[in-house]
Each structure stands twice: as C-alpha cells, then as structure tokens.
Ligand binder design. Structure first.
Ligand SMILES: [Zn+2]
Length: 246
C-alpha cells in the first residue's frame, strides 16, 4: 500500500470537502451541519463513532485488538463571527460567519486521514488503535473544557493526542514544531477602576476624552474612558486598556 499514491488519489476530494465546509461556517457549539457532514462520511465508511461530545463533538474509532498504543488526532469544527468579503465560488453562504481561522482546512485534512487510515485498518495493517476527535468551539468558547468536564479524558485514556493549526506565515510544506506549550488561548480581562481623583497627564488627552495614566511595572497602560463625561469621585468605570507609547 503506497501512502503517497493514496494521498494523491484523495486530494481532489479533500479539497472539495474543504470548500463545502468553508461555504457553510457555523459558530462555536452550533456546528450542527458540520457535525452531520462528518457523521455522514463516517457512516459511509462504516467507521464507529461516539456522538455527541460537548453538543456537536464526535470521536471516531478504529480500534484493534491488543493495541500497542491508543493514539488520537484532533481537529476543531467552529468558525468565526466575521463577514467574508471573498468572491470565491465557495465563499460563506451565511451572513457574518466565516471559516477565517482555517478550521475548514483542518477538518478536511483530518477527514482525509480518516479515509486513508481506515484503509490500513481494513487491511489489518494497524498496530495501534487510532481515534479522530472532532472538537466543537475552539475559538475561545471552551469546547475542549466542556468535553473534559463530560469525562472525555477518563473515558478514552489516550496515550497521545496530535493536532495541528495552520500558520500562514510559514512557507508551504514547512511544519513548525516547538517543545513546551504553544498556541495557548488568549484570555479576556476587565479592569474596574474606582475613582478617587482624576490624575490626567498632559500627554494623554485625545479627542476630548479624559485619559488616565495607570502604571503597571514595567510598562505604562493608558486607560481610555468609554465616554466623554468627566469622572467624579466614587464613579465606577469599565475601561478598555489600550497600549500606548510602549
Ligand atoms: Zn483556530
């Protein structure tokens, strides 16, 4: 069985899946159509799977007797609340939703892997049990967290889970690897500012807004008030930090 031939044989099909998924983007925890599309493929290939995990998630299973290891490959399914401006024939058909993070590509690639590894499985060439994880809500909405809360880690007890994320800055054909944590989630924070006295500095007046200076060693964060009213003693403000003059 020649893997390179296998890959070339399904390449056009994988591209077609990518375009199909791209045209029908769904936001976090709403990946119903996407999940259905994946399940139809798994049923077509007669691959057993668990569903649902965290609402729309799926784990497909190619299990062998006495596996040396239990390995998993994982992709995400969700898109972003972004309006697609492209005129490509496979552009998003949904207003204000777009696969702008590349999860359509990850999904199509993983489905391609499922199809090829299933051929190895059917020919008794697998020594490890292989699982394919389709995770909802990667875009900072906590899909993985919800799967774990539902018992994902104890239920499967994988020896390793592999995942990729596209990185358009890298040239085609180059993989980026790094030891230690990578692609960590960002976090949101809210600063609640309780006012005693406005201590405006001269350099920080912009568009008539009152700007206050808040020193956090070693950098200075200028905090911009949301409205133009002058702060009074005792006022609460929800403030957007903007990094200025750093
Ligand atoms: Zn992403």
């Amino acid at each position: 069985m020649n893997l390179e031939n296998q890959l070339n044989n399904i390449l056009n099909e994988v591209i077609q899946w990518r375009h199909q998924i791209h045209s029908r983007p769904e936001l976090a925890f709403e990946e119903y159509e996407t999940s259905k599309f994946i399940q139809q493929k798994l049923q077509e290939w007669e691959i057993p799977y668990d569903f649902p995990l965290a609402g729309t998630g799926i784990v497909a299973k190619l299990e062998v007797n006495n596996p040396k290891r239990r390995l998993a490959f994982r992709t995400e399914m969700d898109a972003l609340p972004i309006q697609e401006m492209s005129q490509k024939p496979y552009r998003s058909i949904y207003e204000g939703k777009m696969h702008a993070c590349g999860h359509d590509g990850h999904l199509a690639a993983l489905l391609g892997s499922v199809k090829i590894i299933n051929e190895l499985y059917k020919n008794n060439l697998l020594k490890n049990s292989i699982y394919f994880i389709f995770q909802p809500a990667e875009e900072n909405e906590g899909g993985a967290k919800r799967m774990i809360e539902e018992g994902f880690t104890t239920r499967y007890n994988f020896d390793a889970i592999y995942a990729i994320h596209n990185w358009p800055e890298l040239p085609q054909g180059i993989f980026g690897l790094k030891s230690g944590p990578i692609m960590a989630s960002y976090d949101r924070f809210l600063i609640r500012f309780f006012f005693e006295r406005c201590t405006c500095c001269n350099a920080s007046s912009r568009n008539g807004y009152n700007l206050c200076c808040f020193f956090v060693y070693p950098k200075c964060i200028f905090l911009c008030f949301e409205d133009e009213s002058s702060p009074r003693k005792g006022d609460f403000f929800y403030i957007n930090p903007c990094w200025n003059n750093l």
